[in-house]
Design a protein around this ligand. Structure first.
Ligand code: ADP
Length: 353
């Protein structure tokens, strides 16, 4: 294990002439966890299925390590795959479900026993080997599905929204489990399809953002969150204020207010989008002061989210729970530090598409 990465080399997939994956170039390094993040219909599952061998690209190649597998059937690719709906065989005990791929590969019986035990151990399901899927909770069933994928000791593991059928609390527990699993199997490359930014930020070494069949951005979670290069990515990996601005000299103009921000590389007079994360916007006087009226207030337990209308634009601020929050319609002053703002090419948020 440990030498097999995944490479998409100009992979295009079309259904009935409709391009749903457009010349994807992407490399997952050996042992790397790559999240494919994007809205529904952006082509994430299609990309995953192209690696698994369930869809045939119209153009391009899929490589595992230096092996071109584009023409190989799924069972010859040596890949483990877990989908959202578990897809366990209901009439088989857990151990038989987990051993299924090994029997299909004609692994000798003693070898199957050892590998099934190992996979159940890795997923914390060793005590449930004799049960049937119906005797397990949703979370346990998904562990069995993961154990089944791991039993063939794949170099490449594909996960397609593996947590989306679980409730919120289970999801966060399983996220931690997946992170632990990867620490125990560090050589395994993982491609993880999700539309959930928290899953992607938490688990992935890098995130590839897909938007309508195209790769929009690819980088570490921190890069995409702190220094996104386009408005779509900025808003898809987290909450974002995307403010329309005009570039000036040494700053930008937002709705008549001069805002201090690094404008390196932007031409004076150009229209641009200023991205500021809501939790980096504070209330009260400070640098880059914006004034407006409170349009909406949400109490979120530990925090308050304020929606403030500033010259017709909605600005969000997430602040620590306020003892005496302002009332709707009150004048509110906001501020943020220049280094917490990122200037992007003019563009729209993922929410507005
Ligand atoms: P995502 O995983 O990002 O939600 P998909 O890869 O599942 O997106 O789908 C991308 C696009 O391809 C969607 O518009 C979807 O309707 C279409 N699509 C997916 N599978 C098929 C198929 N078997 N036949 C026709 N269209 C499909």
């Amino acid at each position: 294990m440990g030498t097999t990465g995944i490479r998409f080399d100009g992979v295009t997939v079309a259904y009935d002439g409709n391009v749903v994956l457009d010349a994807l170039d992407l490399t997952v390094a050996p042992g790397e966890v790559m999240a494919l993040l994007g809205p529904s219909g952006s082509g994430k599952t299609t990309a995953l299925r192209a690696v698994a061998g369930f869809v045939r690209p119209a153009a391009g190649r899929v490589l595992l390590g230096d092996r071109d597998v584009t023409g190989l059937p799924p069972h010859r690719r040596g890949i483990g795959m877990v989908v959202q709906q578990y897809a366990l065989f209901p009439h088989m005990r857990v151990e038989d479900n987990v051993g299924f791929g090994l029997r299909a590969r004609k692994v000798p019986r003693a070898g199957i026993r050892a590998r099934v035990a190992e996979a159940l151990e890795l997923t914390g399901m060793a005590g449930h080997a004799r049960r049937h899927p119906r005797e397990l909770s949703g979370g346990q069933q998904q562990r069995v599905a993961i154990a089944r994928a791991l039993a063939i000791r794949p170099d490449v593991l594909l996960l397609d929204e593996p947590l989306s059928a679980l409730d919120a609390q289970l999801r966060s527990g399983m996220l931690a489990e997946l992170a632990r699993l990867h620490r125990e199997l560090p050589g395994m490359s993982i491609l993880y399809v999700t539309h959930d930014q928290v899953e992607a930020l938490t688990l992935a070494d890098r995130i590839a953002v897909l938007d309508r069949a195209r790769l929009r951005a690819c980088g570490t979670p921190r890069e995409l969150y702190r220094a996104p290069t386009d408005a779509f990515t900025a808003s898809f990996v987290g909450g974002a204020n995307l403010l329309p601005v005009t570039v000036g000299t040494g700053g930008v103009d937002f709705a008549g207010t001069e805002v201090d921000v690094d404008t390196a590389g932007a031409a004076a007079g150009a229209r641009a989008t200023l991205c500021v994360r809501p939790h980096l916007v504070g209330i009260g006087a400070g640098p880059n002061r914006l004034t407006g009226t409170l349009a909406e207030l949400q109490w979120r337990g530990a925090t308050h989210r304020l929606y403030v209308d500033v010259s017709g634009h909605r600005v969000m601020a997430d602040v620590r729970e306020l003892r005496e929050p302002p009332v709707l319609g009150a004048d509110v002053t906001l501020h943020f530090a220049a280094e917490d703002a990122v200037l992007l090419p003019a563009g729209v948020s993922a929410d507005d598409q």
